[in-house]
Design a protein around this ligand. Structure first.
Ligand code: ZN
Ligand code: ZN
Ligand code: FE
Length: 759
């Protein structure tokens, strides 16, 4: 039976080869009609045999191009009233290509990789080969609509052969905006450390040579510069660390294939799929003992951060012979990654021996994403390149909203309707580069998403750069959101829950509603508000920020709370190690309440324990003490008895833990066991807390959020314990549990608050 059908397809369906795909499929099925881009997505009309039309729409969803993401298909059958002779791609409607979703930057596809390796192909060894199924997107788009003239490819005019491909609906490069070849597209060149170009060499070949010699090369990529060196060369890695001023934080590495990765790391099935996924994130993998990777790559860590190549250039540099390269972001510690050639020469000249650069400008900075697999699920640690700007779907309809995010590990979020666009990693808003990057990201996302915020959300902390920015935007309603409420709201939103939950928000520190530093928070929360049902007992944080860099201060504060001045008589190594003068000064500060803000932080408790058991007194990067504490964990079921109060607020005392730890240390219990008992204790405490709140509030849903849940043991075991008691446990997967997810939570809460205010 001949019939006719119309469909509107929404999602990431433009700039990803969707129309040629539909065109070819329709012709294969012998259907007439047309396909065209509209402001909402793609419209299709087809006429033909009913069964062919049905299978056509089925196959669209199954076989869609790799970069396409379909969010909805609305089909409507109509009586056939006139015949289409043919199937055609119609020109876009005026105003088309607006308000449509933009694809993230995607790794080189198999077809392009094959062509690049084929000596007979015209793009043999061309470092910028791409097609509609692969290549840069988000980082090169300056404006919408997504057309070449609005990207950083505008300065390159396609040669005839490239233009032909671009115009041919049957070509893989039909409307591939970054389409290029060595005749007409970008090129690489190699510069020495003084910024002088090296002539008469093969830049890629020379780079490989230098890397093999143990040199450090700054390499321009998709979302910024990397600093590369041979990961099997300990001296090179040490030199890179010294020059980059990055003492111990693990460095990411890149290998050309899964087979190579398996030589030095354990790769599970989900990990392998994630490494090979088109997003190509850094995946944390357990190290294999005795591998060729230098120990300096990730000292005192059981894991390696590994990624597979994602640009053609990466494949050319790695070749078949290099086992792995360190590929760490091209910056000094904690500054934003460098993206511009001149900027790189300026900022990285003290670090890199050479610069492999190219003339395709990076418009948007975008760091590598970092994930790990826990409980058979991929868990974001940093959600950036490859994932941004794919939206997160909201369980309600949001007003056009801008959320300015937290102070550290900042991301921003722009939302409208069912879509929340969490930005790439902006970083710590501590320097001019970072705050500039913050503002550029806000403006850029507003532009390309065409969302003009009618609501602004920010943190409760009045002094954060992001808060101040929000306050400067006049004439728009603003909602301040408590940090830990935002954590829980983001976990709820990610899991599509819009009901009251028990929220465990465990992290470093965030500004509390009472002006203290929260971080071990038990909340009864919904989108609109929360009740603080409990928290860790407040302890002084001696010296504020200084105590975050020096966990021994936290240990001293905890000991003082538990033992008073008798702490100096404790026969434990930590006390013997103490500088008496400094320690005395700190106790005076605590007693006189000078620069000792109170905190209920769980992260700081980890710090204190790490110093007490001798894992670390000082840290050189965020979370180091807690990470190393987890790495040193031993076996055992033991725990420290902590009683959670029966009634009233659930204030969890640290003293029983501290007494238990000290008693074990005095008896010579090894530190691995002590650390395990500490972890077991936390699982027990929070399970107990949930049971008490379940009774009190008749709630069965628990959300786990906050940076502490990057601790694999705690996440796995708390989830297990609570599930065994029939709680519904919700955790993060595609949104980071750390502050990278805060902006999403801010969007949610601000919308709920505004809704209530508007009645
Ligand atoms: Zn491709
Ligand atoms: Zn060309
Ligand atoms: Fe936090």
């Amino acid at each position: 039976m001949i019939t006719r059908a119309k469909a509107t397809i929404k999602g990431i369906v433009q700039g990803v080869g969707f129309r040629p795909f539909v065109y070819q499929l329709a012709r294969k099925k012998g259907l007439g009609g047309y396909v065209l881009n509209t402001s909402e997505g793609v419209d299709i009309e087809v006429e033909g045999e009913q069964e062919n039309i049905e299978s056509f729409f089925e196959e669209i969803q199954i076989q869609k191009p790799p970069l396409a993401r379909i969010t909805s298909v609305e089909t409507q059958y109509l009586p056939h009233h006139y015949h289409y002779d043919d199937f055609v791609i119609r020109p876009s409607r005026i105003g088309a290509q607006q308000s449509v979703l933009i694809s993230p930057d995607i790794c080189i596809c198999d077809d392009c990789l094959r062509e690049m390796k084929d000596p007979a192909d015209r793009r043999y060894r061309y470092p910028f080969i791409n097609c509609t199924n692969c290549g840069p997107r988000y980082t090169i788009i300056k404006d919408i609509p997504y057309d070449r003239k609005n990207t950083t490819m505008a300065s390159f005019t396609m040669c005839d052969r490239c233009q032909q491909e671009y115009d041919d609906p049957l070509s893989r490069r039909f409307h591939a905006q970054p389409n290029a070849c060595s005749d007409c597209g970008p090129h690489v060149s190699l510069y020495d450390h003084a910024g002088q170009v090296l002539h008469g060499i093969d830049p890629v070949g020379k780079t490989r040579e230098l890397l093999k010699e143990g040199k450090i090369v700054a390499i321009k990529g998709i979302g910024g510069f990397h600093l590369a060196c041979d990961a099997t060369n300990g001296n090179a890695v040490t030199l890179l660390r010294e020059r980059k001023n990055r003492e111990e934080k693990p460095l990411a590495i890149m290998s050309s294939s899964l087979e190579k990765v398996k030589q030095y790391a354990l790769v599970g099935t989900i990990e392998a799929a994630t490494l090979s996924s088109k997003e190509r994130p850094i995946v944390l993998l357990p190290k294999k003992e005795g591998s060729a990777i230098a120990g300096q790559v990730a000292p005192r860590n059981r894991y390696l951060g590994v990624m597979l190549p994602y640009t053609p250039l990466h494949y050319l540099i790695l070749g078949d012979d290099l086992l792995a390269l360190v590929m760490t972001s091209g910056n000094l510690s904690e500054e934003p990654i460098a993206i511009d050639n001149d900027e790189a020469f300026r900022r990285l000249s003290g670090i890199a021996d050479c610069f492999l650069v190219h003339d395709r400008e990076i418009y948007m900075r975008n760091d590598d994403s970092v994930v790990r697999v826990v409980g058979e699920k991929v868990r974001m640690i940093r959600r950036s390149r490859g994932y941004v700007p794919v939206p997160i779907f909201l369980p309600f309809h949001a007003k056009p909203t801008l959320a300015c995010g937290p102070y550290l590990s900042n991301t921003i979020c722009i939302a409208e309707g069912e879509h929340a666009f969490l930005s790439q990693h902006v970083g710590d808003l501590e320097n001019l580069e970072a705050t500039d990057s913050f503002e550029l990201t806000v403006e850029h996302l507003k532009d390309i998403l065409e969302i003009e915020p009618g609501l602004i959300a920010c943190d409760l902390h009045p002094d954060y750069y992001s808060t101040q920015y929000a306050l400067r935007q006049e004439g728009i309603p603003q909602v301040s959101v408590q940090h830990h409420h935002a954590h829980i709201a983001s976990c709820m939103a990610e899991n599509g829950i819009n009901k009251t939950v028990i929220g465990l928000a465990l992290d470093g520190t965030g500004y509390g509603s009472d002006g203290t530093l929260w971080g071990g928070e038990i909340l009864i929360a919904d989108f609109e508000g929360f009740e603080r049902a409990g928290h860790f007992q407040y302890v002084p944080l001696p010296g504020g920020e200084a105590a975050i860099r020096e966990p021994w201060r936290m240990a001293l504060s905890l000991l003082y709370q538990a033992f008073g001045k008798d702490l100096f008589d404790l026969p434990i190594e930590f006390v013997q190690r103490l500088d008496r003068l400094k320690a005395g000064n700190i106790l005076t500060m605590i007693e006189r309440k000078i620069n000792c803000p109170l905190t209920s932080s769980c992260g700081r408790l980890f710090d204190g324990i790490a110093a007490l058991v001798g894992v670390r007194d000082r840290v050189s990067y965020k979370g180091q003490a807690a990470i190393e504490l987890e790495m040193e964990m031993g076996e055992g079921e033991g725990l420290y008895p902590v009683t959670v109060p029966e009634r009233g607020e659930c204030i969890i005392p640290q003293n029983p833990i501290i007494h238990g730890v000290i008693s074990d240390l005095r008896q010579g219990v090894d530190r691995g066991t002590v650390i395990r008992k500490f972890h077991n204790t936390l699982v027990e405490i929070f399970t107990d807390v949930c049971l008490k709140l379940q009774q009190k509030y008749s709630l069965n849903r628990v959300c786990l959020s906050g940076g502490v849940f990057q601790n694999v043991f705690l996440l796995e075991n708390l989830e297990k314990a609570l599930s065994a008691l029939d709680f519904e446990v919700y955790t993060h997967s595609m949104v980071p549990p750390n502050d990278g997810g805060i902006a999403l939570g801010q969007v949610i809460v601000a919308n709920a608050v505004l809704k209530r205010e508007e009645g």
